[in-house]
Design a protein around this ligand. Structure first.
Ligand SMILES: *Cc1c(COP(=O)(O)O)cnc(C)c1O
Length: 357
């Protein structure tokens, strides 16, 4: 088996998905969309989402949904689509999120040519200033036009928060979704099936506050890492440490901790490095680099190991105070955050694996 590896623990992940699904159900939330982009939609991992009871499989990228086309759940496209990918949206997504009429008009036309209908969710911007209709007038004017597009079903509204503007979802902020929903009913006599109340930053409210008409959440981080993203806290009912990275030692030698030449230039990325003189240290190089992961996003499981730095393909560790005696060929495990998972799973040089227990 080749290294480096990104490893998912099935038992913990399954616990997280089933626990969250139950918690949402108990709180009156009807559906959970499991977001697969954090692990680049590896099918083996996405299957755990299905086994755990997610209602939809959601991803930002159409290519990721394509990888999962055989999973027996509806596919939901999270990133508002590019005009240039609409054929694929119809092919690989059952539902997609939108905020541009020009795109919807084209999608409707293509759906007509293909002889299919497609479900859409309109995004409203409640202040985070990423995607969505910001002004109510603009939103309702578009709803009126969208309802006339005969090949598209307007099934829901959604919001995304704490992504760009770091807006915290509070019951007050989210309450505007109720207003939107009610006004759509009043003005157009149109019922919505999905009121999607956000991502892992909304999780802290589930079971704690009345979420009004919200009946769906789209969750990645909370399921994958057991954390919520409004305040960055661990969710005590979920498992953390669901994922780890493993890399292999390719060189192990004692060396000084400060470069020995008189004249120092720039490192491989044009930066002037700074060194702390800790004397002669035992150092290990592992076979992974900046192309695969940022060292700020990984943490050795053995707290005695220090990450000194990395270049494209090498990462240098100080293992002088490591708990175990290490040698070339040994495997070093690391804890990872969301950013690390995202990059590691994207790198074709990293093997993604599922361990049962
Ligand atoms: C990524 C994404 C999510 C999931 O976010 P998490 O914080 O990982 O739960 C939900 N909705 C949209 C629109 C996204 O882009």
């Amino acid at each position: 088996m080749s290294y480096p590896k990104l490893i998912a623990n099935k038992k913990k992940l399954l616990h997280n998905v089933t626990t969250m699904k139950k918690k949402m159900t108990d709180a009156g939330l009807k559906t959970l969309a499991g977001v697969t982009k954090g692990f680049s939609a590896y099918p083996e991992v996405a299957e755990i989402f299905v086994e755990g009871g997610v209602d939809y499989i959601a991803d930002s990228r159409v290519l990721n949904l394509k990888k999962l086309k055989d999973l027996p759940k509806k596919k939901w496209l999270l990133r508002i689509p590019m005009m240039s990918e609409l054929e694929d949206v119809l092919e690989y997504a059952d539902i997609s999120q939108h905020s541009e009429y020009k795109v919807l008009e084209k999608l409707n036309e293509l759906a007509g040519e293909k002889g299919v209908t497609h479900d859409i969710i309109l995004m409203v911007d409640l202040g985070d200033l990423r995607e969505g209709y910001f002004y109510e007038d603009d939103f309702f004017a578009n709803v009126e036009k969208v309802l006339k597009l005969e090949n598209l079903n307007f099934i829901g509204i959604g919001v995304n928060l704490t992504c760009y503007g770091a807006v915290i979802p509070t019951p007050e902020v989210l309450g505007r979704l109720d207003d939107y929903k009610n006004e759509i009913k009043e003005r157009f006599d149109h019922d919505l099936e999905i009121i999607s109340g956000g991502n892992s930053s909304t999780v802290y409210l589930v079971g704690e506050e009345d979420l009004g008409s919200i009946n769906n959440l789209r969750l990645g981080e909370a399921l994958l890492l057991g954390t919520e993203s409004a305040y960055g806290q661990n969710l005590e009912y979920m498992e953390q440490g669901t994922w780890r990275m493993e890399a292999e030692i390719v060189e192990l030698k004692e060396k000084p901790s400060v470069p020995t030449a008189k004249e120092l230039g720039r490192d491989a990325f044009g930066r002037i490095p700074v060194f702390e003189d800790r004397g002669i240290r035992k150092r290990a190089i592992i076979g992974i680099g900046k192309q695969d992961v940022d060292i700020e996003d990984i943490k050795p499981v053995d707290e005695g190991i220090i990450i000194l730095g990395s270049s494209s393909d090498h990462t240098i560790l100080d293992i002088t105070d490591a708990k175990n005696e290490l040698e070339v060929g040994d495997i070093i495990p690391f804890n990872v955050n969301y950013g690390a998972m995202l990059k590691l799973s994207t790198s074709p040089y990293v093997t993604v694996e599922v361990e049962e227990d």
